[in-house]
Each structure stands twice: as C-alpha cells, then as structure tokens.
Design a protein around this ligand. Structure first.
Ligand code: SAM
Length: 195
C-alpha cells in the first residue's frame, strides 16, 4: 500500500472498465472509493451487504474482493443494460445477487420485511437523496452506511451542492449514528450505527 498510488483493483476490473467506457457510462466509482469499500467489506465477516446503484459493477467488484466466502451482497439498479455488464463479469459469483428495480421501492420493501445489512453503500439517488430514512433503518447495529461523491464533482448539475450540503447536515445530526466525513477519493461519508 502506498499513500500516493492508485490502488490496484480486482482482476475483473479492467474488463468491466472497458465495457463501461464502450457504453459511455461515466459514473463509476473511482479506485480509492473501491479500495475503501474492499477494506470495509473485509471487516464484515459473514456480512450481509447492500449496494444501491450497481452501474456496471465497478464498486461491486471491489466489494466482492473484500468479502469472505460466507458474506453476501445484494446490488440494486433500475438500468438493466448497465446491470447486464455487471452480471456478465461478476454473475458467476454465488455471493452476489443483482436486482433490477427502483431503489426506492426496494428499500421500502426490505424495510417492511425487517431486513438488516452490515454495510449499505448508497450510490444511487434512492438511499441518498431520497429514501434516506429507509436506507439508514436497514443498517444493522454496528453496521455502516457509506456514500461517495460528496466533494464537488465536474459532472454535478448547478443545483446539486445544496442537496449535498443538506445530506451532510442530515447525517451529522442523526441520533444513533457516529459519522465521519473523509476527504478521500470523491469525498466519502461513513456513518456507523451505534449498537
Ligand atoms: C453513481 S452510479 C453507480 C455507480 C456504481 N456503484 C459503480 O461503482 O460503478 C448511480 C447508479 O444509480 C442508478 N439509479 C439511478 N436512479 C435509480 C433508481 N431510482 N433506482 C435504482 N437505481 C438507480 C443508475 O442507473 C446508476 O447506475
């Protein structure tokens, strides 16, 4: 590990990146976020993990590389074309389940079922800028909620900063969560649910 080096990614990443570029999809997680997720996933022995916003499976591949053999990951996206890339490269792994669905409906349903996850990586609109309460309620005691892209990004629309500020404020004042903002990668926020 070097502090100034781009982290080396999972074996499938180069092929996923190539397909992602070919599709013109530019919202994939960056390698530093991926490395962080891989480390956090490794800390969740026999964990149940959730990714909101599969995209083409970039962060999914990092999460899977960190997870142990007994951990499972559900990854949700409403764009079947993007998810087909993730499935093609990662679908052979029995630990991951891809769900093509609206993230908001998924969160409402899982909340009604009383489901909990040890790690929620919220990388779609639902679970971050909508349905935040539902996403946080799914975090198990001792579990983590993680978001990236909290530092200004070149592809942000002009009205996005206030939304981002509101999310930071909202998370900072959440009873039952210990929150840290990391000036790392695209800007991460990590919220741990107190036991
Ligand atoms: C930032 S990208 C995810 C990137 C991905 N995690 C990665 O590492 O490459 C956001 C994703 O959210 C998905 N998305 C947008 N609205 C959604 C919704 N309502 N429900 C589910 N997914 C949604 C988009 O299709 C897109 O793939």
């Amino acid at each position: 590990v070097r502090l100034d080096a781009v982290p080396k990614g999972p074996g499938q990443l180069a092929a996923i990146d190539a397909d992602t570029k070919a599709l013109g999809f530019s919202m994939g997680s960056d390698p530093c976020t991926g490395s962080f997720l891989r480390t956090v996933a490794a800390s969740k022995s026999r964990g149940t993990l959730l990714e909101l916003g599969t995209g083409t499976g970039i962060a999914t591949s990092w999460l899977l590389e960190g997870m142990d053999g007994q951990s499972t990951l559900v990854s949700v996206d409403n764009d079947a074309k993007l998810v087909s890339v993730a499935r093609r490269h990662l679908g052979h792994d029995p630990r991951v389940t891809f769900v093509v669905s609206d993230g908001g409906s998924f969160l409402i349903q899982r909340k009604a079922e009383g489901r909990h996850f040890d790690l929620v990586f919220a990388d779609a609109w639902p679970g971050k800028y909508s349905h935040l309460d539902e996403a946080l309620e799914l975090v198990a005691p001792g579990g983590l909620y993680v978001v990236d892209d909290m530092l200004p990004q070149p592809n942000w629309p002009p009205d996005h900063q206030p939304r981002c500020d509101a999310l930071v404020e909202n998370l900072s004042n959440r009873p039952g969560f210990r929150v840290t903002a990391l000036n790392w990668s695209t800007g991460l926020i990590v919220a741990a649910r107190s036991s």
